[in-house]
Ligand binder design. Structure first.
Ligand code: NAD
Length: 487
């Protein structure tokens, strides 16, 4: 089976240009290498976006919004095109999954089974939603008619990271397109290939030229240019809290564009002594932190476990960590692939080296080409330690213990982040009461990372603002207009 994926990988042709105005465009700013973390080798070169390419992408999107058919199209027709795009992604699912596995190292079973499924579901969700929205006509008395209508906001710059390159892109792109906006997507420099291919499929699906543009870019210049562009109306950003902060500055220094941020996390996972099944809680805690090599904004990176059950739970997590099959992302049996970049690997290793807590397992890179690291568990972690406070974005778990529920909630909320939390208890009242007290955009009870497209996703505190997924995502891409008519 590995051989089959390797054969297909060898036969792949990589996208060779930006996707601008409905066409592939090699640009004039040179190229940069895409390096595969599976072996550290250069996969291919892609064009770099300079100021001219950013400007032409924004101009294409601006023209498509101001003068083109897209915002004025029947919503059902917009929906049909998104559904066609979903079908094309499904048609090319193997190829897109391979591109993701090659460019950022996600195991093929996850890029094919989890990421591409999420992408297709997202496109279908917003495709089906496009003509199901209704406006409001609030009561205005006998002599007036009040209308509250939702209008597409304009040109959206979607700027995304590398850990779930297509899922995070389509959460933004599909909702923005369904709302009638036009889009410039800038993937992370590590993962341009899958995004460029999505751009091509968008045009094949029937998106008019300029409605969906994709720019490959090295470094931050293109992101800064989009953030400061007077012709961009919205930035929809997923990435680190540090960079999200920059986008607020770019908006303040330019046209006060709307800035929506999905940022980092340091999510707590609370295991209470009455957890229904400690083995499941431990297995899920391990899966949650080691899935995608820990490169998850929602990763349950702080395991808070009641002292009376700590030994049992932590031993089980350690056992699971040691059993994880690390390997080539193109091997369908691989459970954990490499870290996405050499730089990210070095950053995770620095956190491990300076941890100061007790290392229970892992901590070493694998002696093979590529950027592989063992699943790592620290216990006896204290709240002041960096590994407890900073987002590591790697397969590193910090374990803390608590004695009382109040202490557990205080520890859980003791973070600048508030993206997600896990809670394990068999008591219904405790579940509801504790969930209410946790400052997090999502609280998972007796599970982790569950949920469909129809529930919102996003953070409290410095994990961001606004929500992806669900009907609520449309709020980011629309303005409300009140029309008051005297009768
Ligand atoms: P990053 O913030 O470094 O980069 C994100 C994007 O911003 C990339 O496209 C990058 O090119 C661009 N960028 C980087 N520096 C910039 C600058 N100074 N100005 C303008 N643009 C700039 O993040 P990353 O390393 O690619 O991804 C990891 C981070 O993303 C983690 O913090 C993780 O928690 C976060 N993340 C959040 C979510 C969420 O939904 N909340 C989901 C996934 C990842």
């Amino acid at each position: 089976m590995t051989d089959e994926w390797l054969r297909r990988a060898a036969a792949l042709t990589f996208p060779a240009g930006h996707h601008l105005g409905g066409e592939s465009n090699a640009g004039t700013a040179g190229t940069f290498p895409v390096i595969s973390p599976r072996d550290g080798a250069v996969l291919t070169e892609v064009p770099d976006a300079g100021p001219a390419e950013v400007e032409s992408a924004v101009r294409a999107a601006r023209r498509a919004f101001d003068d083109g058919p897209w915002p004025r199209l029947e919503p059902a027709e917009r929906g049909r095109i998104l559904l066609r795009l979903a079908d094309l992604v499904e048609r090319d699912r193997d190829e897109l999954a391979l591109l993701i596995s090659l460019e950022m190292g996600k195991p093929i079973k996850d890029s094919h089974g989890i990421e591409l499924r999420a992408v297709i579901n997202t496109l279908r969700y917003y495709g089906e939603l496009a003509d199901k929205l209704t406006d409001e006509a609030p009561q205005a008395g006998p002599d007036a008619l009040a209308l509250v209508t939702r209008e597409p906001i304009g040109v959206v710059a979607a700027i995304v990271p590398w850990n779930f390159p297509l899922t995070l892109a389509t959460w933004k792109v599909a909702a923005a397109l369904a709302a009638g906006c036009t889009v410039v997507l800038k993937p992370a420099e590590q993962t341009p290939l899958s995004a460029l291919r999505l751009g091509e499929l968008g045009t094949e699906a029937g998106l008019p030229p300029g409605v969906f543009n994709v720019l490959a870019a090295r470094g931050r210049a293109a992101g800064i240019a989009l953030g400061k562009s007077p012709d961009v109306d919205v930035v929809a950003f997923t990435g680190s809290t540090e960079v999200g902060r920059h986008y607020l500055h770019y908006a303040a220094d330019s046209n006060l564009k709307r800035v929506w941020l999905e940022l980092g996390g340091k999510s707590p996972n609370l295991v209470l002594p009455d957890a229904p099944d400690l083995a499941t809680a431990a297995a899920t805690a391990a899966w949650g932190i080691f899935f995608n090599s820990g490169q998850m904004c929602t990763a349950p990176s702080r395991l808070l476990v009641h002292r009376s059950i700590a030994a049992e739970v932590v031993d089980a997590v350690v056992e699971r960590a040691q059993a994880i099959r690390i390997g080539d992302p193109l091997d369908p049996a691989t459970e954990m692939g490499p870290i996405a970049t050499a730089r990210q690997l070095a950053s995770v290793e620095e956190h491990i080296a300076s941890a100061g807590a007790r290392l229970r397992t892992g901590g070493q890179r694998l002696d093979r080409p590529g950027f592989y690291l063992q699943p790592t568990v620290f216990d006896q972690v204290t709240p002041d330690m960096e590994i407890c406070r900073e987002e590591i974005f790697g397969p590193v778990l910090s374990v803390l213990t608590f004695d009382t529920l109040d202490e557990a909630v205080a520890l859980a909320n003791d973070s600048v982040y508030g993206l997600a939390a896990g809670l394990w208890t068999a008591d219904l009242s405790t579940a509801h009461r504790v969930a209410r007290r946790l400052k997090a955009g999502t609280v998972w009870v007796n599970c982790y990372e569950e949920g469909g497209l129809n529930v919102p996703f996003g953070g409290f505190k410095q994990s961001g603002n606004g929500r992806d997924k669900s009907l609520h995502a449309l709020e980011k891409f629309t303005e409300l207009k009140t029309t008051w008519i005297a009768l």
